[in-house]
Each structure stands twice: as C-alpha cells, then as structure tokens.
Write a protein that binds this ligand. Sequence first.
Ligand code: ADP
Length: 352
Amino acid sequence: GNFVPPIRSNGGNNGNMTTRVAGKSDDAVDDSTRRCLEMLCGPDGELPEKLRNLEPRLIEHVSNEIMDRDPNVRWDDIAGLEHAKKCVTEMVIWPLLRPDIFKGCRSPGRGLLLFGPPGTGKTMIGKAIAGEAKATFFYISASSLTSKWIGEGEKLVRALFGVASCRQPAVIFVDEIDSLLSQRKSEGEHESSRRLKTQFLIEMEGFDSGNEQILLIGATNRPQELDEAARRRLTKRLYIPLPSSEARAWIVRNLLEKDGLFKLSKEEIDTICNLTEGYSGSDMKNLVKDASMGPLREALKQGIEITKLRKEDMRPVTLEDFEKALQEVRPSVSMSELGTYDEWNKQFGSLS
Ligand code: ADP
C-alpha cells in the first residue's frame, strides 16, 4: 500500500522518467514496458545513465527475452569437459565471486571464447557459469542480431550492455559470435553489419577498461572465421570437444535415470559407447530420446491404446532400442571438421 511508483503514471507532463528514454512520452509506453523500466531504476527512482536515451521497447526486449532469470544449469549437469570446467572456475567464477581478490595482477580477462563442434555443451557452460557465480545470464544469438534486427542491431547491443551493467555481476553469452566478429570481408560487407561490429567492440572495450563485473562469452563452431580484433578481446579461448566415451556413458545414464528408465548393464553401456564414437552431447541426447520411444512403440504395437497405457505396461529401455535408434540418429559432426578445430586450438587455444 505504501509503494510509490518511481515513474509517473500516464498523463504526467512535467519531467518524468520515460520522457528521458529516447524522447518517448509516457503515453507511448505501455504498462509492461513501464514495469520493466521501473525494475531497472536505482534507489533514487531514476533510470541509470546508460539506459537513458535508449528505446524502451529495446530495454524491455533485453529484459524479457534476452535476460534469463533462471539459467538452471549446474556444473554437475555437464558431462566431461574437466579441463574447461577447471579453467572457467579459475578464470571466471572465482573473480565474479571475489572481485576484491581478483584485481591488479589477478584481474581477470573479460572475454572468453568457447569453440568447438555444435551440441557439445558450450551454451550449458555459459548458463552454468551464471548459475555458479550467481550472475545474471544474457543469451543472444549473433545471427539474430544481423538477420532479425536489421538496422536496429546497434541499438539492441547498446541496450544489452546497458541492462547488463545494471544487473551485475552479469554474463553475456553471444552464440555464433563468428557471424558478428568475422574477418572483415574485403568486399560486400554491409555498412550496417560493419557498424554493428564496431558498436559491439566499443561496448566490450568499455567494460573491459572499467570496474564492471561483466563477462562476455562468445561461442562458435567456426573459430577460424574470427578476426584478430575478436581474438584479442576474447583473451581465453577454450576448446569444447566432442564428449569422450565416459562422458557419453554419463549422458545416457543420467538422462535415463532421471526418468527411472535405466536398466542397462555395464557391458551394454560399453557397447553403446563403442557404437557412438563421434556423437556430440546433443546427438547423444537425441539418441536417448529415440531409444526411449522403443518400449512405448512396442506396447502400442501389442494393441494397448495410448490413453489406457500405464507406465508399468512398458518394459525398460534396452540395448536393442539403442541399436535401432542408432539407425535413425546419425552423428552431426564430420570427422574432417574436427581437424580444423584441433589446428585452431593448437594455434590460438588456451591449452592449460
Ligand atoms: P552448444 O552450445 O555447444 O551447441 P548446447 O550446450 O546447446 O551445445 O547443448 C545442446 C544439448 O546437448 C544440451 O541441452 C544437452 O542436453 C546436450 N549436451 C551437450 N553437451 C553436453 C554435455 N557435455 N553434457 C551433458 N549434456 C550435453
């Protein structure tokens, strides 16, 4: 009952919050946008400097669509990748948790690149970092900036970094970062994408030199496309490879156990691992999904109606289900691509 809204309600015409946001009058800002702006106001009821002059709808888009309030991934959900987990803990999580210790010589890099084949857990790592460091997580796909936000990408980038700086500590995860920071094409690079890239680098420069607790994580399947400027800013570059045999076993066990469907013997799991050399984490997930349909399909074949089917009517998932699923779910990464990652890792990756 005692709540005083920091923004004047509709109709106020003498100096109010939203008139300072990209010159919009209060009437032009609807309730949901207003609520969103209210949440970003400081204790004085004013919008932080960085957010003034930005379009309210972009601030709202960042807050509602790009900001993930509950990334909900922990280290324990990620199979394997011990090297990456160790590096990330030292480089990112500790500094976010203890900024007082990590300054001066120990001041952390603000840019991290995760590269490797698709579906190997790069996004999961980004989310886990935010979860473990109790930071706000922002996820954006760079290709959406260049395709969906044509002409507005720069403004959205400003809004993104602006909201992140109000939500520190923050982790900004940029998927497919190569499409934003690719090597300058000698011809045909559009003016708008060049401006977008410049804006992005300016924003990165801004928080890199300041005391802000913002970490930028770029993810890419095509590290060789990144230019020198991008490599310079993404100081730590971690290879996220395909899962090892143990990691694949872990994924199978973990997914089936979650649903109470795990009844495979050690030998059967070993066989599945031998048959899935070259599968990514996401391929493994698809394989488990397909295999777990086996018992259901079989029960229905025996004439039980789907509406009458009880969980007890279904047998556990077997090795045969996996063997059938292997015909459907093929590995999505070709062996020839892997060589490129290895080479780039040797040249530019953080090996220890
Ligand atoms: P990337 O960002 O590397 O393309 P994601 O992190 O989006 O891949 O992974 C896609 C899905 O694949 C995840 O949601 C998860 O189910 C599964 N997955 C991939 N790698 C792993 C892993 N190392 N451990 C557990 N699950 C994984």
